[in-house]
Design a protein around this ligand. Structure first.
Ligand code: 6R9
Length: 665
């Protein structure tokens, strides 16, 4: 049993006794060293990796301005460390990847030897077709086993992968290809989603056409066959069937790993920010490798016999770091599942845990909330007794979901690690270390090694110095150190990297999240304080959605905000002003607006509510006061203070908008 003390849940004695780190004192000693002497701390960990050439300096840079280099002068290859190095350590016949397709019978096991062979063959096929070190290559692939294989193949030959989430539309895909200038793409003929065959190639083709219209010619589209008997059109001069390439005699089972500089780019991951276009966070080789390895080992208290199941999509950072790189760098067995938790029935995750004897399960609060609404028999009919640790990621976990997770999934026996981090971080930044100290439902707990979070008061002018908030006082969560996994820049936009992260609180990395710290030093994340929303764990910028709405000819103004949603965590509420000359009905326009967002960004970004308003609440300089719209959308109209209304050019609009608020069904 986990022991409860006030709101603190301590791990059981049995858990502590087998854990890597067994006390808060031991954790604190390690944390202190990681901050005061990072060279010794990270240098010691990095020695266990395979290096073609050792580094000359562990860290060089100025964290206050986001100029960071790790393992300077070293040469390594992350794919080599994920596969070859594990085989050298005797794990060749150990299962590396367990793939569960949506059809139950479609289940594949890959040992480390198998995975190396597949990765080498894919790497050779890409190389034969002209993919080289430094090329950006977009992977528009869903959750099929070929996705991690292609990622590792790219890493092996030094091509920079950019995985674009399968739920993004052709337009969103094209934006990302244009932003990183990728002339090559890997996609698939189709995949399974809730019993339906989805055609990914049609979106890929459309994205290539949009890129061509914008002046970027796509030279190569490599197509992986996920589906049998699912014919998609091929464009002969551009498209290559990878399955045919892989059958060629000349494709050998071995491909040497490229000697990569420690700071050579590994991947670009697009994420949403406060301003319109997506931001391409650039992660480099050695720092990301050492950081994902270390966080996976200590936060999940990983042991050789664990079976690890992370339910994220590899199209997001969580899947990169904790389905692919972190687990494989530890020589672990990682489980990957193609589809949704509710197909064919709402017990698919519990079934997978039972089937593969999963010991560590990592999912998102939105998933927990959706599954706790299902009949309890769906979970009770499965044997979950192999589980020993649970994780949560993506958004704050509400205590009700935490308790349900702990009781029904963890049988009051498994510690829960609530891991706070972001795409920019590469790996987890704040979390419980499960053997070392307890968890408090709703708090992400304490910083990981190398991470020094501070809660700062918000500044109103450029001259004000940074001031730390008091204990329990809400403020802006910032980071005062550099850790090896931090992004190095925004691809092609160094100024945006500087201005977006290092100017709000000069000298600190600004996370965009609000937080407070309690008397025990535990951090409580209160959610985004910028124009970023988190819908079912998908990070979206409200400005991107506004841009999509504004592309409809009948819309003259649009403002989108997030509001609390029982299952999704947050949902989107759009306020729009209609062109006076528009003749269409509001209902028709509402449908069209949803269709526009679906096609410009993807289904995840479609607003749950769209309200037509006559005027926006604007301040005297004409800026929409979103705080007021947020209060209306969240049904917290009583909390709109006079001081908020007084700054408006036309205070009367607030009542008008509030009266027409769209309620919950
Ligand atoms: C890993 C990931 C990052 C944003 C982040 C924050 C929210 C993530 C959280 C959490 C509270 C947690 N977030 N984990 N909030 N508790 N454990 O999700 O990356 O997609 O970049 O989103 O998600 O608001 O700033 P990303």
């Amino acid at each position: 049993m986990t022991e409860k003390r006030d709101d603190l849940y301590l791990p059981s004695r049995e858990f502590v006794e087998q854990a890597h780190i067994q006390s808060r004192a031991e954790y604190e000693r390690m944390w202190k060293q990681s901050i005061e002497d990072p060279d010794t701390f990270w240098g010691y960990i990095a020695k266990d990796f395979h290096w073609f050439k050792p580094w000359t300096q562990v860290y060089r840079g100025e964290p206050e301005i986001g100029d960071n280099e790790w393992f300077v002068g070293g040469k390594t290859n992350i794919c080599y460390n994920c596969l070859d190095a594990q085989i050298e350590k005797g794990r060749g016949d150990k299962v590396a990847l367990l793939f569960q397709g949506e059809p139950e019978a479609d289940c594949k096991r890959f040992t480390y030897n198998d995975l190396l062979k597949h990765v080498c063959r894919f790497a050779n096929a890409l190389k034969k077709n002209g993919v080289k070190k430094g090329d950006r290559i977009v992977l528009y692939l869903p959750m099929i086993w070929q996705l991690p294989v292609v990622m590792l193949a790219c890493a092996r030959i030094g091509a920079v992968h950019t995985v674009v989430f399968g739920g993004f539309s052709a337009e969103a895909l094209a934006d990302r290809m244009l932003a990183c200038g990728a002339k090559k793409m890997v996609t698939t003929n189709g995949y399974w989603r809730s019993g339906q065959k989805i055609n990914a190639k049609a979106n890929a083709d459309k994205a290539c056409m949009l890129c061509a219209n914008a002046g970027l010619t796509i030279d190569d589209v490599f197509v992986v066959d996920r589906m049998v008997d699912f014919e998609v059109p091929y464009i002969t001069y551009r498209d290559t069937a990878l399955s045919k390439e892989l059958m060629l005699d000349e494709i050998s089972d071995y491909c040497p790993a490229e000697k990569m500089d420690a700071e050579d780019p590994l991947f670009i991951m697009y994420t949403s920010g406060s301003t319109g276009s997506p931001k391409g966070t650039l992660h480099t080789t050695a720092g990301y490798m050492v950081y994902t390895y270390t966080t996976f080992k200590y936060i999940f208290d990983y042991k050789e016999d664990d079976i690890f199941f992370c339910t994220a999509d590899i199209g997001w950072i969580t899947g990169h770091s904790y389905i692919v790189y972190g687990p494989l760098l530890n020589g672990a067995t990682t489980v990957m599942y193609e589809s949704v938790p509710t197909y064919p029935e709402p017990d698919r995750f519990w079934h997978i845990i039972d089937k593969f004897k999963v010991t560590i399960f990592y999912t998102a609060p939105t998933v927990i909330r959706a599954l706790m609404n299902q009949d309890i028999q769906w979970i009770e009919k499965h044997d979950l007794s192999t589980l020993r640790l649970l994780g949560s990621v993506g958004e704050p976990i509400n205590p009700e979901a935490w308790h349900w997770y702990s009781h029904y999934v963890g049988h009051d026996r498994c510690p829960i690690v609530d891991t706070w981090w972001q795409t920019e971080a590469g790996g987890v930044l704040i979390s419980t270390i499960p053997g070392a100290f307890g968890s408090k439902p709703g708090s992400a707990a304490l910083p990981f090694f190398g991470v020094k979070p501070v809660v700062l008061r918000s500044r109103t002018s450029g001259d004000e110095p940074a001031v730390e908030a008091d204990v329990n006082e809400k403020g802006e969560l910032c980071l005062a150190s550099a850790w090896p996994g931090i992004m190095r820049t925004l691809y092609g936009e160094p100024e945006r990297h500087q201005n977006g992260y290092y100017t709000q609180q000069p000298g600190y990395f600004f996370t965009g999240d609000g937080a407070y710290k309690d008397v025990d030093g535990y951090f409580w994340i209160t959610g985004r304080i910028d124009d970023v929303v988190n819908i079912s764990g998908h990070r979206l910028g409200t400005v991107e959605i506004e841009d999509a709405l504004l592309s409809h000819p009948a819309i003259v103004e649009a403002a989108v905000v997030g509001y609390p949603h029982k299952v999704k965590g947050e949902d989107l509420y759009a306020f729009v002003i209609l062109d006076k000359n528009s003749k269409e009905s509001e209902e028709d326009i509402r449908k069209e607006l949803k269709a526009v967002v679906r096609s410009d960004i993807g289904p995840i970004a479609v607003p749950g509510k769209i309200q037509f308003v006559r005027e926006m609440p604007k301040n005297r300089s004409g800026k929409v006061v979103r705080r007021i719209l947020r209060k209306i959308a969240s049904n917290e109209i009583d909390e709109i203070s006079d001081s908020m209304i007084n700054i408006l050019a036309e205070p009367g609009v607030v009542d008008e908008i509030a009266q027409n608020r769209i309620g919950d069904k």
